[in-house]
Write a protein that binds this ligand. Structure first.
Ligand SMILES: [Fe+2]
Length: 277
């Protein structure tokens, strides 16, 4: 078979397979029905400003986005199946339908959520500038989001003593992870740490709210960097939108003010910032 003809045939087969897969998922979603009165959430993939990320190609980011969409779709499928699962057969720790679905649930849920946090916290620090030569993209940095905000800086200084120490720790975590580095605030005491996850649902700390997430999976960089992980993590660090991180800390402060006791003015110059106990 001529090479081009062969390629066309393969493409048609792939399209048919993908179409069937989508149809199968739709059929599963339509077939299952939640018990009366229960509500099964249905999630939609978010959009992200990938054109504002400097140093990662469109191909790298759009392929990564397809994986993210897959987690969203699978989560919806899993939740629909769980809503009608036969709970009476869930009596075995080796296998049951419920066991399989429950494990898949956290994998897909965290796969969705961590990607949303990651894509958001590396977007919009740069803006592409209109150029006649489309092959060479020129970016303009938004300096207002290029440094940690006051609340974030106070947290970093309290928990890591310096921004440099924090940077070393978060990049060491990301480089050591097979899945994610998650910087989060522990609800128990307001402390901040960088947590290492090997998969979406492996080594996830309880009671930690993420403020900065870095994807360490190979799929996040292999197209652009091959096995040059150091260059990828430099790009990620240089794209961090600190205004997004600051907003997350502010949101946590609004919901859990007890973690951010306000010190009396004059006690300490740095006490103008509300920092965790
Ligand atoms: Fe990823």
């Amino acid at each position: 078979m001529h090479y081009m003809t062969f390629q066309v045939a393969i493409s048609l087969l792939l399209m048919l397979f993908q179409g069937l897969s989508a149809q199968m998922s739709d059929e599963i979603l339509n077939k299952v029905s939640a018990p009366a009165g229960s509500v099964t959430p249905v999630y939609k993939a978010q959009e992200f400003a990938f054109d504002t990320i400097k140093g990662l190609t469109k191909k790298q980011l759009t392929d990564h986005y397809k994986l993210y969409q897959g987690y969203v779709n699978k989560l919806n499928e899993i939740l629909a199946l769980l809503s009608s699962a036969d709970l009476s057969k869930a009596d075995n720790v080796t296998y049951s339908q419920v066991r399989g679905l429950k494990i898949a649930q956290t994998y897909a849920l965290n796969g969705m959520l961590y990607h949303e946090l990651y894509f958001t916290n590396i977007s919009n620090r740069y803006q592409p500038v209109e150029q006649e030569d489309e092959d060479e993209i020129v970016y303009e940095e938004d300096k207002s989001v290029a440094q940690p905000g006051p609340l974030t800086r106070a947290l970093i200084e309290k928990n890591f003593t310096s921004l440099q120490r924090f940077k070393d720790d978060v990049l060491a975590t990301a480089k050591s992870a097979r899945g994610w580095s998650v910087t989060g605030i522990l609800l128990k005491d307001g402390s901040v740490s960088n947590y290492l996850l090997d998969t979406h649902n492996e080594y996830v700390p309880a009671g930690v709210l993420p403020i900065l997430v870095i994807d360490s999976y190979e799929h996040a960089y292999m197209i652009d960097f091959g096995i040059d992980r150091a260059s990828y993590f430099k790009v990620v660090w240089d794209n961090i939108n600190w205004a997004i991180v600051e907003q997350r800390v502010q949101d946590i402060q609004a919901r859990y003010p007890e973690l951010f006791p306000v010190q009396s003015q004059g006690e300490d110059d740095s006490s103008q910032l509300a920092v965790p106990a």
